[in-house]
Structure formats: C-alpha cells, structure tokens
Design a protein around this ligand. Structure first.
Ligand code: ADP
Ligand code: MG
Length: 444
C-alpha cells in the first residue's frame, strides 16, 4: 500500500532509533487520503506533532517521488470508534490482488488557473500556460517553464492538465522520475510497446522536473523519441525544470535544442504583495483565519518558497486546533522562528559546496582542492562566506574542512567577500540568491 511504501522509504533515510520510536507506529489512512492529502494516524498528540514537524516535508517529498503529486501531510491521532481494534497487521499489508492505482495520471483538482495568484513574478509563465491550455499544440510547443523550488511550476502544469481534462482531452502528467522508473520497469519486463503506446497516445504530455534527465542517457534517448512523435503529431508538450535548458548538465544537445523550439518562460520569486495575496488565497481555500498582521509577518519572514509558506499556515492551524486556541501573532512568530532555525541546523558545508559549484560551474572537488585559478578561488571564498553565515561552523573547523593550515586563510576569504559585498551590488544579489538556493535545498 502506498502509505506503507512511503514509510519504508523514510526508514532508509532516518536513524533507526527514530524510526522505531515514532514512525513504525504510524498508520496510513487510505480512506481519508487523497492524491493531494496524505493522512497518517499516530498513537498520541505528541508523536503526531513531532512527526509532522520533523518529517512532514520529507514524507511529502517521498510521496511526490512516487506519485508525482506533493501532498499535504496530515498526522493526527486515530479516533476511537470506527474500525475499533482495526490496527490488525493485515490491514496494512498489500491489498489482495490489487494493482497499485495509476496515480501518475491523477491531477490535483485544486491546482487550477483560478487558484493561482498572478503577480509580476509569474505573469509571463501564467499567460503562456493559459494560452497552451486553450490551444494545445498550436502555438508554443513545447512550453518550458523553469524556476526555483516552490514557485508554482507544478501548480501551473496541473492547471493545464485540469483545464484540458475537463474538455475531454487525453492528458498525461508525470514527473521525469516516474517517467524514468516506468521506462526501466517496462524495459525489464519486455513490455516497451505498452510504455510507448501509453506515452504516444496522449493529446498533452506534462513532464514535471525535467532537470532529473541530467546524465540519464537511456531515458534521454527514449524521451527524444517520445518528444519527436508527439511534436510531429501536433500534440502539446509542457515541461518544468528548476533550471533553464542550457543549464541542465549532461543533457544531450538534440534534446536541449528541442526544449527551446517553443517558448521558454521563467517564474521569479514572488514580490511581497504577491506572497501576501497567495497566503490569503490559501487561507481562504483551506478555511483558515489569520489576522493581517500575521499574514504580513509570514510573508516578510518566510522566504520565497510557497510550499514552505503553506506548510507554516497548515502547521499554525493544526497547533491552534490541537491546543484549542486562536492564532496570535506571538504564536505565529514562534512557529516561524522554529522552522527557520530547524532549517539552518540542517545545512551542511557539503550542501553549500554542491549549490555553489553548480551555480558557478566549477567542480566540488576543485573547490576543495588547492587550485589557485581565479574562478576556483572565488568559488571557494563564497563557500567559506556562506558556510560562516549559514552554518554553525567555526573558522578553525572550516580551515580543517578545506585542508588549510590554520584559520587565517578563512578570515582572509571572509574579508575579501565582505569587501566585494560592500562595493558590488550585482555580487551582493548573487550571494543572496545563492544563500536562498542553499536554504531551500536543505529543506527539500
Ligand atoms: P514548484 O513545482 O515550482 O516547486 P509548486 O507548484 O509545487 O512549486 O507550488 C508549491 C505550492 O505553492 C503549491 O501548493 C502551489 O499551489 C502553491 N503556489 C505556488 N505559487 C502559487 C501562486 N502563484 N498562487 C497560488 N498558489 C501557489
Ligand atoms: Mg514541482
């Protein structure tokens, strides 16, 4: 069963002791769950709260990998009554003779154009998505939407899907990871005909998170053929990615150029007003009441990832319900601060090296090397600066990480970066972007 599989995946990623203590006892509620909501029951409120705060995002991400939809994860206490004594083993084992539901093609009905808040940061992507939804295969083919995490790419993709599903068109939504997994599955079982039939018989193919194509040679090859057939037949293809096609490493040239045949649009981080409007919309849709000062506080302090912002709103609401209290500004401040703190505790120097090397186009091994080439020295300094500001590492421990003699080289790097920050606005923006990328990666 889906919920059970997800808990197994989680088990592989967390300390065994935490698994035994908190996760093992969770029960997935299939009846109460939907594609966009996953409900688990815990034995008591403390465990429920702990699991939600500590593993909520992780669980939701694991669901996304499996089904293509990132659900809201709800952990509550199993109500007595109905299904009393129902925690029998059998209830949670594989359904008899049941095939896993074809969730990959299920669209989240709440991700529509109507529920999408438009601001200048996403106006262009929204309009392009709308055009494509209205006239699939006619104008912009493919449509390629790219932008940072939690900015609404998947939402727009589902909106295109929902719009066309309602008009009787054949829609396939799949994440690249699912596309790849299915491809591997069918190759192994010698059923590639079925795979090809499925993907080539749709009117609209929605491919989410295409950046995972990076260096997947066989999947690229297969997608190349799928693309050509659909495109040749005038069928619409829409893709999303966290990066511009040019920046996806290890992507074959012939695919890259095809990705740019149609229209490539980006989504920028939302401005404050858009964030406020989105929060209000989410509250309205979820029947949650928040005072304006709380909405403003969250918008101003929570960064740009709307998924995280949504997480905070839901968390606030859940706590308030559990404690039977209304939500005050102080309470909201506490929850936001805890979340931010937890996030920064999760960042490692390796996370920073990973993001910086990717963004500045150097290898992680070069950053850690002794190379004196200008580009690498600068990347290394930036890593040091960010590690000092985003992690609790001291200068000596950073020196040790980079194999430096002592911390003077670290403080020299800090000084250089601080000088550049003072005099170079563009550099400053770049550093802010990097630091934002790192914090959002750590949360994923
Ligand atoms: P991405 O795919 O870019 O990482 P998602 O599309 O999954 O981001 O969006 C994350 C969450 O934020 C979703 O719940 C989505 O509904 C919401 N969201 C993002 N942008 C908007 C927007 N402009 N209006 C309404 N909701 C939004
Ligand atoms: Mg997405």
């Amino acid at each position: 069963m889906l919920g059970q599989q997800i808990l197994k995946l989680l088990q592989q990623e967390i300390p065994q002791i935490e698994y035994e203590r908190y996760i093992k006892q969770l029960r997935y509620d299939e009846e109460a769950s939907r594609s966009d909501i996953a409900v688990f029951h815990a034995s008591n409120p403390l465990v429920a709260r702990w699991v939600k705060t500590r593993y909520g995002d992780k669980l939701s991400h694991l669901f996304e990998l499996k089904t293509g939809i990132k659900p809201q994860v709800i952990v509550d206490v199993k109500r007595p009554g109905k299904k009393e004594g129902g925690t029998k083993r059998g209830e949670f084992s594989e359904p008899v003779g049941g095939k896993p539901a074809a969730k990959s093609t299920i669209l989240n009905p709440s991700y529509t154009f109507e529920s999408f808040v438009v601001g200048s940061s996403n106006q262009f992507a929204y309009t392009a998505a709308m055009r494509v939804a209205e006239k699939p295969g006619e104008q912009y083919n493919p449509l390629f939407i790219y932008g940072g995490a939690g900015l609404g790419k998947t939402h727009l993709l589902h909106a295109i899907g929902n719009y066309n599903l309602a008009r009787g068109r054949q829609v396939i939504f799949t994440s690249l990871e699912q596309f790849m997994n299915q491809f591997i599955h069918h190759v192994r079982n010698h059923t590639m005909d079925r795979f090809r039939d499925k993907f080539r018989s749709c009117d609209i193919l929605l491919l989410d998170d295409i950046q995972f194509l990076s260096r997947k040679k066989e999947t690229q090859e297969e997608l190349f053929h799928t693309f050509n057939e659909l495109h040749g037949a005038g069928k619409q293809i829409v893709m999303t990615s966290d990066q511009h096609p040019k920046k996806i490493a290890g992507l074959e040239e012939r695919l890259r150029s095809r990705f740019e045949w149609g229209l490539t649009v980006d989504i920028q981080p939302p401005e404050l007003e858009t964030k406020i409007a989105i929060i209000k919309k989410k509250c309205e849709l979820n029947g949650i009441q928040l005072d304006n000062d709380i909405v403003n506080y969250i918008a101003a302090n929570m960064g740009n990832n709307i998924r995280e912002i949504e997480g905070i709103i839901i968390q606030l609401n859940a706590f308030a319900n559990m404690m039977n209290q209304s939500i005050t500004l102080d309470f909201a401040k506490n929850v936001v601060k805890n979340q931010l703190k937890e996030r920064s505790e999760n960042i490692t120097i390796d996370d920073i090296v990973k993001v910086v090397s990717k963004e500045l186009n150097v290898k992680p091994s070069e950053i850690k090397s002794k190379s004196r080439s200008r580009k690498i020295v600068e990347a290394r300094r930036i890593v040091i600066y960010l590690a000092r500001t985003l992690t609790p590492n001291s200068m000596p421990s950073l020196a040790q990480y980079f194999g430096m003699k002592d911390h003077t080289a670290v403080s020299h790097a800090m000084k250089k970066i601080n000088e550049m920050l003072d005099k170079d606005e563009t550099f400053k923006t770049k550093i802010e972007e990097l630091s934002h990328k790192i914090t959002s990666v750590a949360v994923e």
